[in-house]
Write a protein that binds this ligand. Sequence first.
Ligand code: X2W
Length: 293
Amino acid sequence: MKEFSVSNEDRAQVLIQALPYIQKFMGKTIVVKYGGNAMINEDLKSAVIQDVVLMACVGIRTVLVHGGGPEIEYMLRKIGKESRFVNGLRYTDEETMEIVQMVLAGKVNKDIVSLIQQAGGQALGLCGLDGGLLQARRLVSFEGDLGLVGDISTVKTAVLEDVLERGYIPVISTVAQGIDDAAGHALNINADTAAARIAADLGAEKLILMTDVRGILKDVKDPDSLLQEIQRSELDSLIKEGIVSKGMIPKVDCCRLALDAGVRKAHIIDGRIPHALLLELFTDEGIGTQVVN
Ligand code: X2W
């Protein structure tokens, strides 16, 4: 199959451009939050799976944390339940929590594991309950009661270290084990926040958040105004100036959390672009916004 012609020189150039990045990231830990369109569109999905398998193949300790908001929504609708959000977080009663656990830990997690295996990778699916991986307290919000939503207090990194050591890609769904007054309950955790906490506690090299926007744009209406690199110290003024607003604020907060804990770089990339992960990691230009300390 030859759809368009690329010279041998260009093909070799693309491959060789990846060499310094492969050398740099080999043996390092990279935590990827997988979500949005890249999880719904079949072509994008298989591109992400290939990217993750390639990352693991070149020796990157790859950790995949997935979302699944739309799938949870779909199942809740099927049982005739409306969702309510408080500050972007799903109000989670007992019945909703059952659906969240079924959908995230059952359906979405196992589908991703199966796709990685089919693509020739080795994946092990975990939720926060497995091995006590994620322990959380109830999240207290001044905006209103959130029910069974959690704030991670401990990531049992030893569980992930073991899985990585054995050559598996941990695929994590963000259902946590409740502690203190939530003991005995599973708690629902926002997947971006969970990925940031996991990256922080693993001392990861990078946190990569996949979204449905180009990255941080200087002018929201102009997709060509992408800010390719920003300093952590600039984040507050970007929020004040309104350049970072709405749904981007919690994403930026996740980047900040990770950087403050010693993660070297946090990236916000556009999951609508096929192979966004490879383009961000292994090319000089990258594809999204990187936040550095
Ligand atoms: C999220 C967990 C899934 C998630 C939820 O119930 O939707 C809370 O809101 P996305 O696809 O990344 O949004 N939890 C507390 O974060 O999925």
